[in-house]
Design a protein around this ligand. Structure first.
Ligand SMILES: [Zn+2]
Ligand SMILES: [Zn+2]
Length: 246
C-alpha cells in the first residue's frame, strides 16, 4: 500500500488524471515486456489467439513497434484462424438444411442461420475485445480502488488530491460507483463541482474576450480552457495541463 501511495502521490503531481497517468505508465511498461519477453509466452499467445482483435489505438501502437515479434505472433494467429475456418467449413456443412446449395446458400435460411450462428460462436468463442484494452481496464480498476481508499482514509492525501489536476470524467464516475462511503463520494462530487465551476467561469471569460468591445483585454489562461475540458472528457494528457483547482 505504501508503494502504491507513493505512486499515486507522484501521479497527483502530473498535469493529467492520476488514474489515466498510471494506466499509461503501466501500459508502456507492459508493452516493453511484451516485445522483449512475453510475446512468446504460451499463456499470452493463447490469449492473443482467442481474442484476435486489436482496437485502432493499440493497432497503431503495435505498428510502431518491432516487426520481428509481431511477425512471430501473427504467423501463429494466421495458422490458428486457418484451422478454425477449416473446422467451421466442416461444421457448417453439417448444420445446413438439406437441399441448400452449399453452406453459404444455406445461411440464408433462418433456421440454418440460427444454428450456424451458434456454430460460428463455438469456433471463434465470440470473443472480440482488445487484449491491451482489457489489460488497461484491469489496471484502472486496481488504481481506482486504491485511490478511493486513500481519499477515504487519508486526509493529507485528500488535500493533495484537491490541489491536483483531478480525475477525468470517466474515472470519477468509476470511483463514485465503486465507493460505498458517503463522505468519500461527497468529497469527490464537491471537489469536481468546484473544478467545473472554474472551467465554466473561464469559458465565460473566453467568450467575453471574443466580443469586439472587450477584445483589447489581454488574453490569458482562459484561452486554453477548451483543452482542460478535452482532458476531462477524454482521459488523455494534452499540452494545456493547467490544474483547474485553486
Ligand atoms: Zn482518467
Ligand atoms: Zn485496445
Amino acid at each position: 500500500m505504501e508503494y502504491m501511495k507513493h505512486t499515486l502521490v507522484d501521479a497527483l503531481n502530473q498535469k493529467t488524471c492520476p488514474v489515466c497517468h498510471i494506466v499509461k505508465q503501466r501500459e508502456e511498461k507492459a508493452f516493453w515486456w511484451f516485445f522483449t519477453e512475453n510475446y512468446h509466452d504460451s499463456e499470452v499467445l493463447e490469449d492473443l489467439i482467442d481474442t484476435s482483435f486489436f482496437c485502432d489505438y493499440h493497432a497503431n501502437t503495435l505498428e510502431n513497434n518491432d516487426h520481428g515479434p509481431l511477425s512471430f505472433i501473427f504467423q501463429i494467429m494466421v495458422q490458428s484462424d486457418t484451422q478454425k475456418l477449416k473446422n467451421l467449413k466442416g461444421l457448417l456443412e453439417k448444420t445446413m438444411v438439406n437441399g441448400q446449395q452449399g453452406f453459404l446458400g444455406g445461411m440464408f435460411n433462418p433456421k440454418s442461420r440460427t444454428r450456424s450462428g451458434k456454430t460460428i460462436d463455438g469456433v471463434f468463442r465470440g470473443y472480440t475485445s482488445c487484449r491491451f484494452c482489457r489489460m488497461n481496464e484491469n489496471t484502472s480498476r486496481y488504481i481506482e480502488e486504491i485511490l478511493e481508499e486513500l481519499i477515504r482514509k487519508d486526509t493529507a492525501f485528500r488535500e493533495l488530491y484537491r490541489k491536483s489536476y483531478g480525475l477525468c470524467r470517466r474515472h470519477l464516475i468509476d470511483i463514485l460507483k465503486l465507493s460505498n462511503d458517503g463522505a468519500c463520494s461527497e468529497f469527490l462530487v464537491d471537489d469536481m463541482l468546484s473544478r467545473l465551476k472554474v472551467m465554466h467561469d473561464n469559458f465565460e471569460l473566453y467568450f467575453h474576450k471574443l466580443d469586439y468591445r472587450y477584445s483589447h483585454e489581454p488574453k490569458g489562461e482562459e484561452q486554453n480552457t477548451w483543452l482542460d475540458a478535452l482532458n476531462f472528457y477524454s482521459s488523455s494528457k494534452r499540452s494545456s495541463g493547467k490544474p483547474s483547482a485553486t
